[in-house]
Ligand binder design. Structure first.
Ligand code: SAM
Ligand code: GLN
Length: 294
């Protein structure tokens, strides 16, 4: 449904985009329309708002129409923009890769807090996706080395590129692997990591229909869903992590609403862990579980 005008100014485009997105029930319609226009015109938001009288070329107008309609259909904004912010880094994201979430920044905070004073930390990030956690840690721990795994080759391709663009590619090492599988014959990696961190897939298949369509219909399912009511990966990580952590090392895991208690129980019944701790996110959900290797 292309609006029948050949060109317009930014003000007109913004008003049309906001209205279209609002009618489609999209959150933050005005901000979304602004960000899509910024993306096309290469203005930042301040410049955009200072130049509302500027006319939009016909090509940009058509592209803007398409972007707005795609967003209105549920396609995630971050995929349209091609990037997103996470902690203090900017990351490229493609439709094959999980979009980093703000609540995952708590995982990064917990690990950074734990590693304060350990400049040369050695960290493992399981299921790295766009590389969000690994790259944020590397950037904030300038002498650290981070190993990151994912089972998705597209995720690893994007993560490697993100590491290069954030100038940490000399200290972040990516491997295609099913969790720890690729390390199983690497004896020198046993008892070696100061911290192991993961935001694994954790949505129970039974929750699928309750997800926003942005997530359910557009993000890669292998990044979202897990068997065992969403705890398949947590259980496997808790079983194997003690082999690779140094004594006193940290395991930090993200969980969904309602999973904290079960993950704590899994940790408490694994005799090689102690001091299980929960951290809530900004909305009060028990979101991160930490424990120390004995
Ligand atoms: N760590 C990233 C973040 O927080 O933005 C991505 C998290 S996403 C929820 C989970 C990631 O785990 C996806 O990138 C997915 O491809 C990966 N994954 C799924 N199964 C895996 C497995 N068996 N081994 C390693 N990674 C896996
Ligand atoms: N927090 C994400 C969501 O609710 C899911 C992340 C995950 O499975 N690790 O969409």
């Amino acid at each position: 449904m292309l609006l029948m005008v050949d060109s317009t100014d930014l003000r007109g485009a913004l008003a049309w985009g906001k209205d279209f997105l609002k009618k489609a029930g999209i959150d933050s319609p005005e901000l979304t329309a602004q960000l899509l226009l910024c993306h096309l015109t290469e203005h930042d938001r301040t410049e955009l708002l200072l130049h509302l009288e500027e006319s939009l070329s016909e090509a940009h107008w058509r592209e803007f129409n398409q972007l707005v309609q795609k967003r209105a259909s549920g396609f995630p904004l971050q995929y349209l923009l091609g990037e997103c912010g996470f902690y203090d880094v900017t990351l490229k994201v493609t439709p094959g890769v999980f979009v980093p979430r703000p609540e995952t920044e708590i995982l990064v905070e917990e690990v950074l807090d734990f590693l304060k004073g350990k400049e040369e930390a050695f960290v493992l990030d399981l299921g790295t996706g766009s590389g969000a956690i690994a790259i944020a840690l590397a950037k904030n721990l300038p002498d650290s080395r981070i190993v990151a795994t994912d089972i998705s080759l597209e995720a690893l391709r994007v993560a490697r590129r993100n590491a290069v663009e954030n100038n940490v590619d000399d200290r972040v090492f990516f491997h295609a692997s099913d969790l720890f599988e690729v390390f199983k014959n690497e004896v020198e990696l046993q008892n070696r990591f100061d911290a192991i961190v993961s935001n694994p897939p954790y949505i129970a298949f039974s929750e699928k229909e309750t997800l926003p369509k942005e997530v359910r219909d557009f993000e890669p399912p292998e990044a979202l869903f897990a068997e065992e009511e969403g705890l398949f990966f947590h259980r496997r990580i808790i079983e194997s992590a003690p082999t690779y952590l140094k004594p006193g090392g940290l395991l930090a895991l993200e969980v969904a609403l309602g999973q904290a208690k079960k993950v704590m129980e899994l940790l408490e019944s694994e005799s090689r862990f102690q001091e299980v701790r929960i951290r809530e996110d900004l909305t009060g959900i028990k979101r991160v579980i930490c424990s120390l290797r004995k």
